[in-house]
Design a protein. Structure first.
Length: 195
């Protein structure tokens, strides 16, 4: 049996931990599940689905049976999915490398807010102002980030891309094996009919 103090405490904790209260916080958390769209199936996008059909026709060949066409579609589906994952990773890394480091930007803004009164004070010697400006420029957050910095800070997200890529590679490998086995069986059947 739960005590009344415990119930009161649980209710107070629940009121505090129900998520963000501000409109901007709610908008930000509403997009948590929409990071890159890789968990969504290709079949939901008609343009991508058309690419899969075109690639499947190229893989299967002109006079392929319905079974071979279906197996070729599985290969094409996995290949297009693999391409999507690699493109999403490339876009993520490009965006992360071109954006300034947010922590560095925050630190620079703090330094600027402390340095502004010194820079605007006409009583300060010019050498102090020049030294302060050099310090601010040296710690500029507008420089692109280096690849090791991005990888170190974004390793969890990059691991997610790796998981999607490994799944797509595995699906493609098994789909190719099935297609090759079906083609071999078709050739064997055609060879036995010719004899």
């Amino acid at each position: 049996m739960t005590s009344s103090a415990k119930i009161t405490s649980n209710r107070a904790n629940a009121r505090v931990s129900t998520g963000p209260k501000s409109k901007s916080g709610r908008v930000r958390t509403a997009r948590n599940a929409l990071r890159h769209g890789l968990s969504m199936s290709i079949d939901h996008d008609p343009a991508v689905s058309d690419q899969v059909d075109k690639l499947a026709r190229e893989i299967a060949g002109e006079r392929a049976s319905a079974d071979l066409q279906q197996l070729a579609r599985r290969v094409a589906h996995a290949q297009i999915d693999l391409h999507r994952v690699r493109l999403a990773r490339h876009q993520f890394l490009s965006r992360a490398l071109s954006e300034p480091d947010r922590r560095k930007l925050k630190r620079a803004m703090g330094v600027l807010s402390e340095a502004l009164p010194v820079l605007l004070d006409p009583r300060q010697p010019e050498s102090t102002s020049r030294a302060m400006l050099n310090l601010l420029l040296a710690d500029s957050p507008h420089e692109p980030r280096t690849l090791p910095t991005v990888v170190a800070q974004e390793v969890r997200r990059l691991c997610a891309f790796d998981r999607y890529e490994r799944r797509a590679l595995s699906r493609r490998k098994f789909a190719i094996r099935a297609l090759d086995a079906a083609r071999a069986a078709t050739r064997r059947a055609a060879d036995t009919e010719l004899r």
